[in-house]
Design a protein around this ligand. Sequence first.
Ligand SMILES: C[S@@+](CC[C@H](N)C(=O)[O-])C[C@H]1O[C@@H](n2cnc3c(N)ncnc32)[C@H](O)[C@@H]1O
Length: 228
Amino acid sequence: MDEKRNLEVTLEKMRRDWDERARENARFYVNTERTDWTDQEFFASGEQTVREEILTDMTNICQGKLPTDMRVLEIGCGAGRITRALARLFGEVHAVDVSGEMIACAQQALADFPHAHAYQNNGMDLSVVPADAPFDFAFSTIVFQHIPSREVIENYIREVCRLLRPGALFKFQVQGDATMQTDPDDTWLGVPFSEADARKMAEDCGFELRYHHGAGAQYFWLWFFKKA
Ligand SMILES: C[S@@+](CC[C@H](N)C(=O)[O-])C[C@H]1O[C@@H](n2cnc3c(N)ncnc32)[C@H](O)[C@@H]1O
């Protein structure tokens, strides 16, 4: 198989596997801490992520702007757990996910938030997101750790760069444990990144890697600022 065909197969597999997981138990596969989340508990877990990763970091994220004036992007929104919490804080939220089943759950979760939008995408670009104004902040967690293709992740980084305003932050998490053996057919375990990999990816894709946390671990957090 040629490379283009390999990529198409991987994208199709990601969509199919995540649709199946969503049909089986979307909330469990989004957050495996529980199999039987109530609405309240599930959305509280998204609020907790926002408290821990966003509200503690508002200087880097807002850069002097009011959150209600900000346009925010989320990659891999799943069932809308974090998207909903982002919508409580920010003026406009746009989120993508490869799984149409997950997007259906997210759209339900966002029904009372007309300024929040969730779109199914093709698993590697952001062409479905309206690019009528630049984004002020982008966020992604527990998504790239599941993507078995470095090419797909890098493409997302370039796409986020295309949509962000200069200077803005893309804060995201990747798999940092290099001992994990990945397989392109396995859509649960994503490709690992070392600190050097992350730095190179930032440089190659138009960002400065200013901070990082958790190198070598599953939750390797990266702060990519778009170069001015
Ligand atoms: C573990 S869930 C996390 C969802 C959400 N980030 C959260 O924390 O609530 C991972 C999500 O990533 C999505 N995903 C996996 N591969 C993707 C890809 N290539 N592009 C977009 N979304 C993807 C899955 O469909 C799933 O909804």
